[in-house]
Design a protein around this ligand. Structure first.
Ligand SMILES: Cc1ncc(COP(=O)(O)O)c(C=O)c1O
Length: 499
């Protein structure tokens, strides 16, 4: 909350209203889509049991509605779930591998526990139809080694790593922008978009491609990447993520091990990711599960956006594909119902659930966020939840289409990626234009966004990308915001001197 709002005694919400700015940076729900009355109705008939201490893993009715009660633990949202998992699965000093770009607010949750963050190296392209298992070169024998993780430790950020996924598929939307109101014209999916070029986009000086990267252990046990692919892509259009390169991932893990470090977690947002809106293809999901199993690493699948699928069902979760171990899954009701509920869940093997229910503060205070959890159980069993999710899916799909079409019309020649779910458009900027150069010009014109570099733990990638959220603004404001952004892009000189 900003200070002036606090002075006025309205420090109620985590939002800073900046007069005159249409802000595409907030990953918040549209206020009028929050189910205020429906939620109150769901809680209307609860009895005293909703207000006393709750059972450790959460109320049975909610656990049952979420699947397997033996493998579910109710949390105060995905952020809380992640913090809890670091507590029961890691020790300070352990390494967490991250897909990059990824959800930036996970970084401080991980470093709060004293964990070291390392970027994985993305594949240049998404996996093909091959069913071959992951390759597993040994970091000690592969020559030359082609990995180069970056570490952002709790206090000492490491050297740069940067790259973007090289997607191969895209969903397309109708050429005509839709107007406000739910649309029934679902976008189609095309599987024909070629992998993104690696030369067209803005690059960071001095960086080369991952294939030429040499892995050098340091005396501190860290691994440095002197030369890794910079933000390569222009061309947008695609929303399939490549994800971590399987062979390089194995080499990274083994290299850390050799240097005396334990790689404990691989944190992924594989479905409608934040910031990219992209999803990992099934083949890459299988490969990563196999590697995690083989190398003794736990995958934390942050599945926050799964229910917000606009073009058909979401891909299978890693948790389902693996049948449990080595995956733990984070769910949240923040996007589907309301972030203020601070309610979510963890799916994990019973042994991990036992560790969670055995935590001192659960023993002392009872199940997490019990009254809200009981209300959610009533909301779900009464049918309110599914009606609400169906409605917001239509609304957010419309908002996505409005923003994407507006951008396509106004930013001539740019191919705008169309996320098949979630809340974000990950927009490539014209060659040579950086988000940091664009931001002040955009704000002068009354529009804002999140610069892409925020989604790399060390800020080393994403210079030529911006994240635009279509969740918070109405359709009409999204159109206006696209106008302003297009004007700002045209007015901002690029590093190549183009306007
Ligand atoms: C990928 C991802 N994970 C977690 C969260 C936070 O979820 P919660 O509000 O349930 O803590 C967000 C919210 O933006 C997110 O985008």
């Amino acid at each position: 909350m900003n200070r002036s709002a606090r002075r006025e005694g309205v420090s109620v919400i985590q939002f800073e209203h900046r007069p005159g700015i249409l802000d595409l940076s907030w990953g918040h729900p549209r206020p009028d889509l929050l189910p205020v009355r429906e939620w109150a109705a769901a809680g209307a008939d609860l009895d005293w049991k909703a207000l006393t201490y709750g059972s450790s893993a959460g109320p049975d009715a909610l656990l049952e509605s979420l699947g397997d009660p033996e493998r579910t633990f109710v949390t105060g949202g995905a952020s809380h779930g992640l913090a809890l998992l670091t507590q029961v699965l890691t020790q300070p000093g352990d390494v967490v591998l991250l897909d990059s770009p990824t959800y930036h607010l996970a970084f401080p949750i991980l470093t709060d526990r004293g964990l070291e963050l390392a970027h994985t190296i993305p594949s240049p392209t998404t996996p093909g139809p091959s069913t071959a298992g992951p390759t597993t070169p040994d970091a000690t024998t592969a020559a030359p080694l082609t990995v180069g993780p970056t570490i952002a430790g709790p206090s000492t950020p490491g050297p740069a790593t940067a790259s973007t996924p090289g997607p191969t598929t895209a969903s397309t939307i109708p050429a005509e922008p839709t107007t406000a109101g739910p649309t029934t014209a679902a976008p189609t999916t095309a599987n024909t978009i070629p992998a993104e070029p690696t030369t067209a986009g803005p690059t960071t000086a001095g960086l080369t491609t991952a294939a030429t990267t040499t892995l050098e252990p340091t005396t501190s046990g860290r691994v440095t990447a002197e030369s890794i692919t910079a933000e390569p892509t222009a061309g947008g259009g695609s929303t399939a993520a490549a994800g971590p390169d399987p062979a390089l991932l194995v080499a990274q893990i083994r290299h850390f091990r050799k240097a005396g470090k334990r790689v404990r977690l691989l944190y992924l947002v594989p479905t409608f990711g934040n910031p990219t809106g992209a999803s990992l293809p099934d083949q890459r999901r299988r490969e990563l599960i196999e590697i995690a199993r083989q190398e003794g690493v736990t995958i934390v699948e942050d599945d926050t956006y799964r229910e917000l699928a606009y073009d058909g069902p979401a891909p299978p979760s890693l948790w389902e594909m693996a049948g449990g171990d080595p995956v733990v899954r984070l769910g949240s009701f923040a996007k589907t119902v309301a972030p203020g509920l601070r309610l979510g869940w963890i799916n994990a093997e019973p042994e991990i659930i036992r560790r969670l229910t055995g935590l001192g503060y659960v023993h002392s205070g009872g199940g997490v966020n019990h009254t809200t959890a009981v209300t959610m159980a009533a909301f779900r069993t009464g049918g309110g939840y599914s009606q609400h999710v169906a409605r917001i899916r239509r609304e957010y799909r419309t908002q996505r289409d409005v923003l994407v079409n507006a951008l396509r019309k106004r930013i001539a020649g740019r191919d705008v990626p169309v996320p098949a779910g979630g809340w974000f458009v990950w927009l490539p900027l014209p060659a040579g234009l950086t988000a940091s150069a664009l931001l002040p010009r955009a704000e002068e014109r009354g529009v804002s966004f999140v610069p892409g570099s925020r989604f790399w733990a060390d800020g080393s990638g994403g210079a030529g990308r911006i994240r635009l959220s279509f969740s918070h603004l109405s359709a009409i404001d999204l159109e206006r915001a696209a106008d302003r952004l297009a004007a700002a892009i045209t007015a901002t000189p690029s590093r190549q001197g183009r306007r």
